[in-house]
Design a protein around this ligand. Structure first.
Ligand code: DX5
Length: 213
């Protein structure tokens, strides 16, 4: 896969919230998407922020909402209103026909729809929708916090998903840095979320270039 087709999505979870717009501005020119990690303290142990905070960020980047929440359908409208163009929910909290309904709700609102699977969730858990979704997010950490270590085993799921659905956008999130990004790309991921590596870097432009390979 040519690395120039790789989407880089900095995650603002690791940004300095006291100067959020400056942080967004500092990566905007070199990035493609901006990932907003929405955590409710129920589906994941951490509590981050919702649309009332995220709406204040102004960016030309594609706003990508990662809903780590127990009731993702309840959050769609507010994030669409603030300009979200991709919304990803977790397979672990939405089942059966509720999934197709939520995917349709997101699409009807003008965004692409993604489904996420945690490290312990098998790829087979999304067999019912994987042929229809716009994006599969394969988590490479247990969601809730930035700065965790990459779980290498999840690459098997990336390889299997890419082999079965070569045109599917596969996003990886968690512990993605200059060391793990090449393995993600080689496995078939073409959309990389990275938080602590980018926002912790001396030179953010250089860090993002290193992710692209
Ligand atoms: C899940 C979050 C984090 C974040 C990226 O807890 O989704 O994965 O976006 O964090 P880093 O890149 O610091 O692991």
């Amino acid at each position: 896969m040519s690395t120039n087709s790789i989407i880089i999505a900095p995650s603002i979870l690791s940004a300095d919230f006291s100067k959020l717009q400056d942080e967004v501005d500092s990566i905007e020119k070199f990035s493609d998407w901006l990932q907003v990690d929405v955590m409710d303290g129920h589906f994941v142990p951490n509590l981050s922020f919702g649309a009332p905070v995220a709406k204040w960020m102004k960016t030309d980047l594609l706003i990508d909402i990662h809903l780590m929440v127990a009731n993702p359908a309840d959050r769609v409208d507010e994030f669409i209103a603030m300009g979200a163009k991709n919304i990803t929910f977790h397979a672990e909290v939405v089942e059966g026909t509720d999934r197709t309904a939520l995917i349709q709700k997101i699409r009807d609102a003008g965004a692409t729809a993604g489904i996420a699977i945690n490290p312990e969730t098998p790829l087979s858990a999304v067999d019912d929708v994987v042929g229809d979704i716009d994006l599969l997010l394969v988590m490479s950490v247990h969601p809730g916090f930035g700065g965790q270590s990459f779980i290498t085993d999840v690459l098997d799921k990336v390889r299997a998903a890419h082999a079965a659905h070569p045109d599917l956008m596969i996003q990886m999130d968690g512990g993605v840095d200059d060391k793990t990004a090449p393995d993600c790309i080689a496995a078939g991921a073409n959309n990389l979320v990275s938080g602590s590596y980018i926002f912790g870097a001396e030179d953010r432009e250089e860090a993002i270039a290193a992710l692209r390979g």
